[in-house]
Design a protein around this ligand. Structure first.
Ligand SMILES: Nc1nc2c(c(=O)[nH]1)N[C@H]1C(S)=C(S)[C@@H](COP(=O)(O)OP(=O)(O)OC[C@H]3O[C@@H](n4cnc5c(N)ncnc54)[C@H](O)[C@@H]3O)O[C@H]1N2
Ligand code: MOO
Ligand SMILES: [Mg+2]
Length: 424
């Protein structure tokens, strides 16, 4: 039998692994990258490489929650409109200042929101609940009702106690984390290095974006979609260009990719067609092929392997399949390389808003949109054309609806599982 013929038969003879099984096959090769120190301004979107513990309690002083007066609630326990209580104002405490005097019975201090509550005080009464007046150049206030001890005072450590772990290693730094890091004085922070992801595309039909459209040819949309998806997952895309349908060219490109990146993704050429050169490469390369078929649609010919310790994921050329394959297989690797524990897309249960009749032997990941009804029920609806070759509906999806394998598809009103897509 000629080599070529044998190869073709090998290409047809594929064992489809389940999605979870395929993910597990990649897992042993995922390792967190080294770490680096970046300044806080550059830290947004990066993944923390250290636990952040509260170096001091928060707040670290007794803080007023209102513009008002620090008072001793005992002093005003019996205050009423008929019998107002008068307190002498002994000092004025703006934000950022330390009160100089302790409150003795019958006194109060003017204390603004965010300022330190005076010693001896156990509450802050709001300005609106008091009437101020002067006698002989001295300030007083009159109070006509009592307030609860602790009112409008944030006690030391009431938000965070000293030593509490506030942000854990592997967490993405977003606005809330930025705030905590700033509060605790992290002008620099240790983060995981961003994985460099080599991307190359195969296909003689591919045009660059700046080339005029030609009969039979298409512009390379996958490469740009993937660059966006890689960025979204914290990676740095490294575009290695597009190659024709030549297995030797693919071999050279794969070697270059492995030598210059932490992770490799390619698009196209993984099915059983005459020019599916990546499929051929994975049958005769020096690397270890992990799987070359997954029991899913779109993206069943998605292939993965390891070369020189680097994970190489060959995504399908069909844009819908490329998109789904990225989320199920590439994104978890990228997140794992950045120390993130939660690498899979979050699952949620929802009601299918219309029947999805297309049956399949494999699980389908249908591009969908989430809608919350007025009565609070969560629905998911397919976002229009769902063929693997359709690209234009990708932008409208915020989830992937999982349609289980079987003859019937899934009917309107049935409960389905969906995977939440990150903001792509
Ligand atoms: N006889 C069979 N044919 C096909 C099978 C099969 O089992 N038996 N599987 C089908 C399935 S499922 C899929 S998915 C596709 C997979 O195709 P490939 O991954 O080999 O991708 P290509 O053949 O290179 O291209 C497919 C399609 O996608 C377009 N494409 C390719 N690259 C890009 C790009 N960078 N940007 C935009 N569009 C791209 C390409 O022009 C083709 O139209 O195979 C089925 N066939
Ligand atoms: O598995 Mo393919 O991606 O359905 O079309
Ligand atoms: Mg093909």
């Amino acid at each position: 039998m000629k080599i070529e013929q044998k190869q073709r038969q090998d290409r047809f003879r594929r064992h489809a692994v389940q999605v979870k099984e395929a993910q597990k096959m990649i897992e042993p090769y995922i390792a967190p990258l080294d770490t680096e120190l970046v300044c806080l301004e550059q830290a947004y979107g990066r993944y923390l490489a250290e636990d952040i513990a509260a170096a001091h309690p928060l707040p670290h002083f007794r803080r007023s929650g209102m513009d008002g007066f620090s008072v001793r609630t005992d002093d005003i326990r019996d205050a009423s409109s008929e019998k107002p209580v008068c307190l002498k104002v002994i000092e004025n405490v703006p934000c950022g200042f330390v009160p100089q005097k302790r409150l003795e019975p019958g006194t109060a201090a003017r204390t603004m929101t965010g300022a330190m509550v005076s010693e001896g005080a156990d509450a802050v009464i709001r300005l609106e609940m008091t009437r101020e007046f002067e006698i002989d150049g001295e300030s007083y206030l009159s109070v006509t009702r009592p307030i609860q001890p602790g009112a409008n005072v944030s006690e030391v450590g009431s938000e965070l106690h000293e030593g509490a772990v506030v942000v854990t290693r592997g967490r993405t730094i977003r606005s809330g984390e930025m705030a905590i890091l700033a509060e605790y004085g992290y002008h620099q922070v240790q983060v995981f290095r961003s994985p460099v992801v080599a991307i190359f595309s195969t296909g003689a039909e591919l045009l660059r974006v700046d080339e005029p459209v030609q009969p039979g040819k298409i512009r390379n949309s996958n490469a740009h979609m993937l660059a966006g998806l890689v960025r979204q997952a914290g990676g740095v895309p490294r575009w290695l260009g597009q190659i024709g349908d030549d297995v030797e060219e693919a071999r050279i490109k794969m070697t270059e990719a492995v030598n210059t990146a932490d992770l490799v993704i390619s698009t196209g050429g993984v099915s059983v067609g005459d020019y599916d050169v990546l499929a051929d490469l994975f049958l005769q390369w020096e690397g270890k092929t992990l799987f070359n078929k997954v029991a899913m649609r779109p993206g069943s010919p998605t292939t993965a392997g390891v070369l020189d310790g680097k994970i190489c994921i060959a995504l399908s050329g069909n844009p819908g399949a490329c998109f789904v394959g990225f989320h199920l297989f590439v994104r978890p690797v990228l997140l794992g390389m950045q120390g993130c524990g939660e690498t899979q897309l979050p699952e949620f249960a929802a009601i299918l808003s219309e029947t999805y009749a297309k049956p399949d032997a494999y699980t389908r990941y249908v591009r969908g949109r989430t809608v919350v009804s007025d009565d609070g029920h969560v629905y998911v609806e397919p976002v229009g054309q769902d063929k693997s070759s359709v690209m234009s509906s990708i932008k409208d999806s915020d989830c992937l609806i999982c349609i289980p394998p079987g003859k019937g598809g899934a009917t309107k009103g049935s409960l389905v599982t969906a995977l939440r897509l990150p903001n792509c």
